[in-house]
Design a protein around this ligand. Structure first.
Ligand SMILES: NC(=O)c1ccc[n+]([C@@H]2O[C@H](COP(=O)([O-])OP(=O)(O)OC[C@H]3O[C@@H](n4cnc5c(N)ncnc54)[C@H](O)[C@@H]3O)[C@@H](O)[C@H]2O)c1
Length: 333
């Protein structure tokens, strides 16, 4: 059987999971892992039994036995890594966000176009079975015309300070809310035309002068006239809580799985709830299926499902949200 030779760059929390999944996947040959922390690259290679390790995307891109590169380094490095991989003729799977600025996103996409390689974005919620079923119901007209989109993403605890410091992974909008923006586009099958943000600054941790936000609410107006509201919260204490609702003219579909109790107190001290602790647990199947789909699609010469254009449009929403926050007014996307 022909296998797809893959390299993973950035083998921290998520990159390690992608590497692990690729290592288990019959159709993939995980050739090498790269991490700017050489000891981390060596450790992950040893733990997963990967033959080669190196410290950057350039070394992966130089390998003839690598046909595709998975990028899971901090967000600041995504766009440049996409360019290096594409210029070497490698297909790319890039974690969100595509870039931290539209200019960098455009440069990365131009390199992908020029090289004629494929780029898939890591919007894994589109591979979650509940989200897939919801989208099918909407497409089948079960809820009529979608008119309201609501989506919430709450992390249990702040990520490690190194993840937030100096804005290496961008603000909450490009790091977290971007998932809701992608879902909004995908489930409503429409573009966000305008948005307005209310947000609370993140106080306390030393982020090296970078100003991040603890929580945000973003009101949305879609091009086709629907409306919406999304929330991101950096730490809710009780668990990793993701839920989404699409209200239509004939019905509503909800995705998310808190128990249907009349009164529910959610706290770190153990009130009843069925939320999970971490995104690696909630979306374990989705991370597996997205990578399997990426590998299968490339092997059979198909087109990837979630494109660089999807990455660019979700990023445009996230950066518009940042402007709305800074200027305290509604802004066009
Ligand atoms: N789709 C999702 O659900 C999801 C979830 C978590 C993280 N992410 C994205 O994945 C990326 C990584 O997140 P994480 O939580 O694994 O972070 P992490 O900090 O745990 O891992 C990042 C790794 O990259 C390495 N690194 C730093 N700079 C590098 C460079 N220039 N080249 C190569 N390696 C470098 C670090 O040493 C570290 O091992 C981020 O962009 C984040 O937004 C996506």
């Amino acid at each position: 059987m022909t296998k797809l030779g893959v390299g993973v760059v950035g083998v921290g929390v998520l990159g390690r999971r992608h590497a692990e999944n690729l290592q288990k996947m019959g159709e993939a040959n995980l050739v090498a892992v790269a991490d700017s922390n050489a000891a981390r690259a060596a450790q992950v290679a040893a733990e997963l039994g990967v033959g080669h390790h190196c410290t950057g995307v350039e070394a992966l891109a130089a390998r003839k036995d690598v046909q595709a590169i998975v990028i899971a380094s901090p967000s600041r490095f995504h766009a440049e890594a996409v360019r290096v991989a594409a210029q070497a003729g490698k297909h790319v799977f890039c974690e969100k966000p595509l870039a931290l600025s539209m200019e960098d996103a455009e440069k990365a996409l131009a390199a992908v176009d020029k090289a004629g390689v494929q780029l898939q974005m890591g919007f894994m919620r589109r591979y979650d079975p509940a989200y897939i079923r919801a989208r099918r119901r909407i497409e089948a007209g079960e809820i009529g015309e979608p008119i309201i989109f609501k989506s919430t993403g709450r992390d249990k605890l702040l990520p490690p300070l190194g993840f937030l410091r100096d804005g290496v992974n961008g603000t909450i909008f490009v790091d977290s809310t971007i998932h809701e923006f992608d879902l909004a586009r995908w489930l409503m099958q429409d573009e966000v035309a305008e948005l307005q943000v209310y947000a609370r600054p993140l106080r306390g941790p030393d982020l090296g002068g970078f100003e991040d936000l603890e929580a945000c609410l973003v009101n949305l107006r879609f091009a086709g006239g629907a409306i919406g509201n999304v929330e991101s919260l950096r730490q809710c204490q009780y668990g990793y809580d993701i839920h989404t609702e699409i209200v239509g003219t004939k019905g509503t579909v909800r995705i998310g799985y808190l128990r249907q109790t009349a009164e529910l107190v959610l706290s770190a001290s153990g009130a009843v709830s069925d939320v999970v602790d971490h995104w690696l647990a909630r979306f374990a199947d989705a991370y597996w299926t997205e990578m399997q789909d990426f590998v299968h699609t490339l092997l059979r010469g198909g087109r990837v499902a979630i494109t660089g254009e999807d990455g660019r449009r979700a990023l445009a929403c996230a950066l518009a949200a940042q402007r709305s926050y800074e200027q305290a007014r509604p802004v066009a996307v």
